[in-house]
Ligand binder design. Structure first.
Ligand code: ATP
Ligand code: MG
Length: 255
């Protein structure tokens, strides 16, 4: 079953057409790669899917509903969750607190800080804390629970981004270059985590590291200058002349 159907999505910034009629269908359970040279429009596409930007034209169907006019939080509540290309650490918070904020939409965390809390609210906070701890163990950040987010090295900030996204219980997880800035060993560890996540969650993975994409994804879609120029298995993508042409000068498609 299709969980996401984007049809004919276009977007311009001023005179610059950044997405040109992009149509992409994702099936439940997929781990799809979305690649393309710098500036191809990958992040813009994520921004449109999540409601940060609105498309000039086109339709977005998620889980059987046309969500094109829904605000960000309504899309998130339905399970459309993303991480950011540049990690956005909540500076004053600990890793555990930050992960707990991911659960906001399920546990009314805004009331936690109030003095007059009901027992139910205290129970919700405890539930969110337990859930966040479980997720931190899962991504490998258990021993960093009490560290301040802002003090984490980049590898751990990426894991925290993922933890916060997982706390929101995604049905479709949009990952924007999750391995950027990671060391080879950290990438391997993250790959294992993503495969585990994918057992329950559909993933659309924007990634520049071809080794990572080609080893994780069974299908890959390729954007170039805002146009979807190819879709296929890693083998098909690597020998597609249009893809090779798009990457010439980047020298990045070879694995
Ligand atoms: N808010 C904006 N205003 C104007 N131009 C923008 C804006 N956001 C993105 N662009 C332009 O749109 C194009 C696509 O950018 P986008 O960030 O979507 O590319 P990308 O595929 O994510 O690239 P990268 O791999 O470098 O992250 C670029 O030319 C970029 O400069
Ligand atoms: Mg980008």
């Amino acid at each position: 079953m299709a969980i996401l159907e984007a049809a004919g999505v276009s977007k311009s910034f001023g005179g610059l057409m950044v997405l040109r009629g992009v149509s992409l269908t994702l099936h439940e359970g997929e781990l799809r790669g979305l690649i393309g040279p710098n500036g191809a429009g990958k992040t813009t596409f994520f921004n449109i899917l999540t409601g940060v930007l609105s498309a000039d034209s086109g339709r977005i169907n998620f889980d059987g509903q046309d969500i094109g006019s829904y605000p960000i939080h309504q899309r998130a509540r339905r399970g459309l969750i993303r991480t950011f290309q540049i990690p956005q650490p909540f500076s004053g918070m600990t890793v555990l607190e930050s992960t707990m904020t991911g659960t906001h939409m399920y546990y009314r965390a805004e009331v936690w800080s109030s003095v007059l809390r009901t027992r139910k609210e205290r129970e919700e906070e405890e539930e969110a804390r337990a859930k966040a701890k479980e997720i931190l163990r899962f991504v490998g950040l258990a021993d960093r629970e009490n560290a301040l987010c802002a003090n984490l090295p980049v590898g751990e900030q990426r894991l925290l981004e993922l933890a916060r996204a997982l706390a929101a219980q995604p049905r479709l997880l949009l990952l924007d270059e999750p391995t950027a800035g990671l060391r080879a060993s950290e990438k391997e560890a993250l790959k294992e985590v993503l495969l585990e996540v994918n057992k329950k969650t559909t993933i659309l993975l924007v990634e520049h590291d071809m080794r990572v994409v080609m080893s994780l994804c069974s299908r890959i879609s390729v954007l170039s200058y805002g146009e979807l120029i190819a879709e296929g298995t890693p083998e098909e993508i690597q020998r597609d002349p249009k893809v090779i042409q798009a990457y010439l000068g980047e020298g990045a498609i070879a694995t």
